[in-house]
Ligand binder design. Structure first.
Ligand code: ZN
Length: 312
C-alpha cells in the first residue's frame, strides 16, 4: 500500500510540476494587434470557458484572444492590477479585493458554476471530525474559504475550531497524502487529484453547501472596456457562447489539450462543474457578499452596480 501511494505521489508531483510551470507567464499568441484581447488565466478547469473561447475565435474573423498563463494567483493579480493584460479568469473574491483597493476592473461573467469539493482524509467521517484539524485553502479571499466555513457551520463549528493554512493548489493533494493536512478545498482538478490518489474523499460538493455558488469570474479592465467597447462586447458575447458549447465531452477535449492530468482525474473533476449560463446576476452576487461579510472575509465588498457589468 505504501509503495502504491509513493508511486502515485510521484506521478502527482510530476503532474504538478508540469501544471505549475516555472511560475512565469507564458503566452499562446504573440500577436499584439489592436484586435487581440490579452486574458490571464491559471491552468485549472475553472478557466475552461475562456480557453474554449480562444479556440473558437481562432477559426473566426474578428477579435483574437491571447491567453497568458500564470503559475499562481498573486502573479496573475499583479498582471491584472498593473494593466499588463486586458482581463483575467480569476477568483471573484480576489478581484473584489482589487476593486476595493481602487483598481479599475469589472466582472463581466462567471467563470463557471459549482465545481468545487471539500476533500478530507479517509479518517474524517463527518464535518465534526474536523475540530482541531488542519485544513488548507488557496487564499483567504476565496470561495474555498467560504465553503470551509459553510462545512463547519453544518455541525455548529466555526473557523476558530480548525487550523487554517494557505497552500499553493498544486501542493494540496500530496500534503493530504503525506498527512500534513487533514482536508482541503481548492480549484479543480486538484480535488479530483486527491481522490484519484486515494489520499482522501469528497465530504461535500459545493452545491450541497451553497446553492448557485460563485467562485471564479471573468474580469476586464475599465481601460479596455472604455477604449475598446466593441472588442469588449465581442469578447463577452464569445465567452458566453463558448460556455454554452462546453458540454462534458467538449470540456474533456479542451482539458486534455491544455492540461496534463490523466483522463480519470479530468473526467471526475468535470462531473462537478458546469459552464452554461455564466451570467453574474445580482441575486447570486449579493448572496456571495452576505457570506463574505458573515465569515469576515471582507468588511466592505464592492456594490453590484459598481463592480459587475452585464449590459454589453
Ligand atoms: Zn473557480
Amino acid at each position: 500500500m505504501k509503495k502504491k501511494i509513493c508511486a502515485a505521489l510521484l506521478i502527482v508531483m510530476m503532474t504538478v510540476a508540469s501544471i505549475a510551470g516555472c511560475g512565469n507567464a507564458s503566452s499562446s499568441a504573440a500577436d499584439n494587434s489592436a484586435e487581440t484581447v490579452k486574458i490571464a488565466y491559471l491552468p485549472i478547469t475553472h478557466s475552461l470557458a475562456v480557453l474554449e473561447e480562444a479556440k473558437e475565435l481562432e477559426e473566426q474573423e474578428g477579435i483574437q484572444i491571447e491567453l497568458v498563463k500564470y503559475g499562481s494567483w498573486p502573479e496573475l493579480l499583479d498582471a491584472l492590477n498593473t494593466g499588463r493584460v486586458d482581463g483575467a479568469s480569476v477568483l471573484i473574491e480576489l478581484a473584489m479585493k482589487s476593486k476595493e483597493e481602487g483598481i479599475g476592473i469589472k466582472a463581466v461573467a462567471l467563470g463557471h458554476r459549482d465545481g468545487n469539493v471539500v476533500i478530507v482524509s479517509n479518517e474524517i467521517e463527518t464535518a465534526a471530525d474536523l475540530k482541531g484539524k488542519t485544513f488548507a485553502i488557496p487564499h483567504r479571499q476565496s470561495s474555498h474559504n467560504i465553503l470551509l466555513n459553510d462545512t463547519l457551520k453544518t455541525v455548529g463549528l466555526t473557523i476558530d475550531d480548525v487550523n487554517v493554512t494557505e497552500l499553493a493548489p498544486t501542493e494540496m493533494p500530496s500534503a493530504l497524502a503525506a498527512g500534513t493536512i487533514d482536508g482541503y478545498c481548492v480549484a479543480e482538478p486538484f480535488g479530483s487529484m486527491g481522490v484519484e490518489l486515494g489520499a482522501g474523499k469528497v465530504l461535500y460538493t459545493s452545491d450541497e453547501l451553497w446553492e448557485d455558488s460563485v467562485c471564479c469570474a471573468i474580469v476586464l479592465t475599465d481601460s479596455f472596456i472604455e477604449e475598446r467597447p466593441d472588442d469588449a462586447k465581442a469578447f463577452v458575447d464569445g465567452y458566453k457562447t463558448a460556455g454554452n458549447n462546453l458540454d462534458k465531452e467538449t470540456a474533456l477535449e479542451v482539458s486534455k489539450e491544455f492540461f496534463s492530468q490523466s483522463e480519470d482525474v479530468l473526467e471526475q473533476s468535470l462531473e462537478w462543474i458546469s459552464f452554461d449560463d455564466l451570467e453574474l446576476t445580482e441575486d447570486i452576487y449579493n448572496a456571495l457578499v452576505e457570506k463574505m461579510i458573515e465569515y469576515g472575509i471582507s468588511d466592505n465588498p464592492p456594490a453590484y452596480e459598481d463592480f459587475v457589468k452585464n449590459d454589453f
